[in-house]
Design a protein around this ligand. Structure first.
Ligand code: HEC
Length: 246
């Protein structure tokens, strides 16, 4: 088995003509030159292939099952842009690759690419959310209601509100984390949400084909802005007993 894997890895790394591979074991990928030249794909794709035995091949844009570019689902940032994934509908191996890139492991692999010692790529941010911290009061009220309907199924979102599921962190606990803002603005790519969250015009073009075991959360970027306004307004005072003491 080890020998076989090494063999596959060698094949992937070499830019030799490849033997014919069953369609369900191959993702044909298009990426702009800048992304290829960065070396990121050579870093992440062999890891994906090793784990899944799905091979990848770089092709021109019109032949691609999965394209990196300005449209589709935001996957990571770097080189001054946000890189999105666009998939051929119903192409299972391409969906597996996209799901892997968006997963915790995939995102760690992307951010772990640091050829000069510093990470070149970071998880995608919602610039629209970060850029306009809207008038808190009005939005916070809407945000609270949205949090209860969209997130309250699992999270305890406020005091005395819906109870949530015990094992899921409450919004108050999440709010107390130093990087809460990052976590909320990217929650839809963080586990477990990416398998059930649809944000209009952000995640839409990505048909998630994992069996939908739970009811999806559907929302807009405005909804997320409002939810973040609510969480912002929760502030340290609402957190009750401090989580960490010196
Ligand atoms: C079906 C259940 C479910 C729903 C609905 C849900 N979450 Fe979560 N969320 C979870 C679980 C479980 C975790 C803990 C994941 C972990 O610790 O790996 C989590 C973690 C988080 C985190 C922390 C993520 C991290 O890894 O740092 C944020 C932020 C978050 N959720 C925001 C939201 C928001 C906002 C909504 C509503 C729009 C929402 N969640 C809806 C189950 C859910």
């Amino acid at each position: 088995m080890q020998g076989l894997r090494t063999f596959f890895l060698a094949l992937i790394c070499a830019t030799l003509p490849m033997m014919a591979v069953a369609q369900d074991r191959l993702v044909r990928i298009y990426a702009p030159d800048a992304l290829i030249e960065s070396g990121l794909l050579k870093h992440i794709l062999p890891r994906f292939s090793l784990k899944t035995q799905v091979r990848t091949q770089m092709v021109p844009p019109d032949q691609a099952d999965l394209s990196f570019g300005p449209t589709g689902r935001a996957a990571f940032e770097g080189l001054g842009e946000t890189w999105h994934l666009k998939l051929t509908p119903d192409h299972r191996p391409a969906q597996r690759l996209a799901e892997w890139i968006l997963s915790d492991v995939g995102q760690r692999t992307v951010t772990g690419f640091a050829p000069q010692g510093a990470a070149l790529f970071t998880p995608p941010q919602l610039r629209t959310v970060a850029a306009q911290p809207a008038a808190p009061d009005q939005d916070a009220v809407i945000g609270r209601a949205l949090s209860e309907t969209k997130c309250g199924r699992c999270h305890r979102v406020g005091r005395g509100g819906v109870a949530g599921i015990g094992s899921t962190p409450s919004f108050a606990v999440l709010r107390s984390l130093p990087d809460w803002e990052d976590r909320f603005s990217t929650f839809y790519v963080l586990n477990p949400h990416q398998s059930f969250t649809i944000i209009e015009e952000v995640t839409d073009p990505f048909p998630i084909d994992r069996p939908a075991t739970i009811h999806p959360v559907t929302m807009t970027l405005e909804d997320l802005t409002a939810i973040m306004a609510f969480v912002t307004a929760m502030g340290a005072a609402d957190l009750g007993a401090p989580l960490q003491s010196k």
